[in-house]
Design a protein around this ligand. Structure first.
Ligand SMILES: [Zn+2]
Length: 131
């Protein structure tokens, strides 16, 4: 599950609309990854395993402006074998940018259209209690 408190508020609002649309269309999905710290983005980038091609600072995940999803089966198991075309069209209807339109074809990824402005403003998610 993802931590909604670490997402940019205007993006989280569009996501809520998107999830509502998915529910109404019978699409069962769950977030797998949302906010990434600069450290985590750097680790993933250094792995070069296809998870990300974005250097630290260059991924909307690092600015709380992207979430990756997976489909949930009736029995609760997770699968990438779902209707990604429907997923993408609902994401776009909610005002999100769908990763399935990227050259890299990140079909499980949605992001906030204005994430570069969020980055320019150097927005940071609220500090989490370390206790
Ligand atoms: Zn992503």
């Amino acid at each position: 599950m993802i931590d909604w408190t670490q997402l940019y508020p205007a993006f989280a609002k569009q996501l809520a609309d998107f999830l509502e649309l998915c529910t109404s269309k019978g699409l069962r999905i769950e977030g797998t990854e949302g906010y990434r710290s600069p450290q985590r983005q750097a680790e993933l980038y250094d792995r070069h395993d296809g998870t990300t091609n974005a250097r630290p600072g260059m991924s909307p995940h690092q600015w709380g402006c992207a979430v990756d999803f997976i489909f949930v089966n009736e029995d609760g198991t997770r699968t990438y074998d779902g209707d990604w075309t429907e997923f993408g069209s609902l994401a776009e209807r909610a005002g999100l940018v769908w990763g399935g339109t990227f050259r890299s074809d990140d079909k499980d990824h949605v992001e906030f259209a204005h994430w570069r402005q969020v980055r320019a403003a150097n927005w940071r998610p609220p500090q989490k209690d370390q206790s």
